[in-house]
Design a protein around this ligand. Structure first.
Ligand code: FAD
Length: 392
């Protein structure tokens, strides 16, 4: 039997998710891509099978099964449909502020609705003028009596228009730079919150990516997560923990493309034999499989570290490396999968075309891969490597 670092419970969950992905999600993937409609039927499937509880503790209605299990579930779903895998990854992203910095009361108020899947979550950091440079945001939150009044606009927000709860970052001190940013929960029906344009996209087309406008949007003081001025640090801690979810989505796309290309290569014949037996195609398949397995090593290592309670620079670096490598592998492997299928790879009837388009976003969001490289190098520069110097 192949080495498997998952325990018995994790394998059972993987089997459940794998069979749902094969039987219920894969048959919908092309249609979701074509129609660019948010797949509410698959959210319902998640609810029925408790999958939206995977990011959460048992005491708030979650499964309490930890980070590695969540990553495996996102990977399995994304093998079939990257849009649908993203729904689970963003349930984690949009609720991490509450998980990391929410009070008991705040968790009790909001987390059960997220864990049951009644509400989807969203994370609203990016603005038109601030993506990688998120501290340059212009949205403000002004203290007013027993609450705050938010004004500004967010762009490219996943789950815009379908989320029940938005984690929104805004400047409580507009002159304060990083330390002027605070984090709020804004419920979807809050007065003054409006959803703007939903963007047409290259890939993950069933996922909504849209603008959020905050026009004198009033929230109670109890919607502030953490302390005033701690929002930027919290946003970065959240991304440390959510990026591997994108790594898992990317790895799922890559493995799905590898599996499809393999089956195709075994049945497509040229010059009297299956193309899988032509050395140049066999080498591609071998490289694709090896890249996926290496990416899985980094991703699962992150999952184990997170489940052991690791924090700080070690977690930051492991997270950035997992996201960077899984997404670069997804782009390389899906491009090769199209090549293995020849002309058919370029045709919409075959899923590798969609997978190649879906893979691209994983190098861009939750911090571009240029930013991941900056993060990894920054951590490397801080590390003490005196043993290396000793041998020079
Ligand atoms: C489909 C989709 C979904 C998204 N979902 C969300 C979401 O749910 N919530 C949210 O808040 N945001 C979301 N985003 C936003 C996403 O995280 C940003 O687009 C991304 O972080 C990059 O920001 P930018 O687009 O402003 O690019 P820019 O920051 O303008 O970067 C442009 C280019 O310059 C490079 N660059 C920038 N700064 C540096 C630097 N210092 N050194 C080297 N290179 C640099 C970048 O890597 C990139 O190649 C989403 C985006 C998309 C497209």
């Amino acid at each position: 039997m192949a080495y498997d670092l998952l325990n018995g419970e994790q394998r059972e969950i993987r089997e459940l998710v794998r069979s749902l992905a094969r039987e219920r999600i894969a048959p919908r993937a092309a249609e979701i891509d074509e129609s660019a409609e948010f797949p509410w039927d698959l959210v319902e499937l998640f609810r029925e099978n408790d999958l939206l509880g995977l990011p959460f503790e048992e005491r708030y209605g979650g499964t309490g099964t930890g980070t590695l299990t969540l990553l495996v579930a996102v990977e399995e779903i994304s093998k079939a449909c990257a849009t649908t895998g993203l729904i689970l990854a963003v349930q984690e992203l949009g609720s991490l502020a509450l998980k990391l910095a929410g009070t008991k009361e705040q968790k009790a108020r909001w987390v059960p609705r997220l864990a049951s899947g009644e509400w989807l979550a969203a994370y609203a950091l990016t603005e038109a003028g601030s993506g990688s440079d998120s501290a340059a945001m212009r949205t403000t939150a002004r203290r007013d009596g027993d609450g705050y009044v938010l004004n500004g606009g967010k762009r490219f927000i996943t789950n815009a228009g379908v989320a029940g709860l938005y984690t929104v970052f805004a400047k409580t001190d507009p002159e304060g730079g990083h330390s002027g940013i605070s984090c709020f929960v804004v419920e979807a029906d809050a007065t003054g919150l409006e959803v703007g344009r939903i963007e047409p996209k290259m890939g993950i087309r069933g996922s909504t990516t849209g603008e959020i406008f905050l026009n004198d949007c009033r929230v109670q003081a109890g919607n502030l997560i953490g302390e005033e001025g701690e929002g930027f640090k919290l946003a970065m801690r959240i991304l440390d923990r959510s990026r591997p979810g994108i790594g898992a989505q990317a790895l799922g796309i890559a493995q799905g493309a590898t599996d499809y290309a393999l089956e195709y290569a075994k049945s497509r014949e040229t010059m009297g034999k299956p193309i899988a037996e032509h050395q140049l195609i066999a080498a591609k398949l071998a490289d694709m499989e090896t890249k996926c397995e290496a990416a899985r090593g980094l991703l699962y290592r992150y999952g184990l570290l997170a489940d052991e309670g690791a924090d700080g620079p070690e977690l930051t670096k492991a997270s950035a490396m997992a996201k960077l490598h899984c997404s670069d592998v997804a782009m390389e492997v899906t491009t090769e999968a199209v090549q293995v299928l020849g002309g058919y790879g370029y045709i919409k009837e075959y899923p590798v075309e969609r997978m190649m388009r879906d893979a691209k976003i994983t190098q861009l969001y939750e911090g571009t891969n240029e930013i991941q490289r900056l993060v990894i190098a920054r951590e490397m520069v801080r590390e003490l490597r005196s043993s290396a110097l000793a041998v020079v």
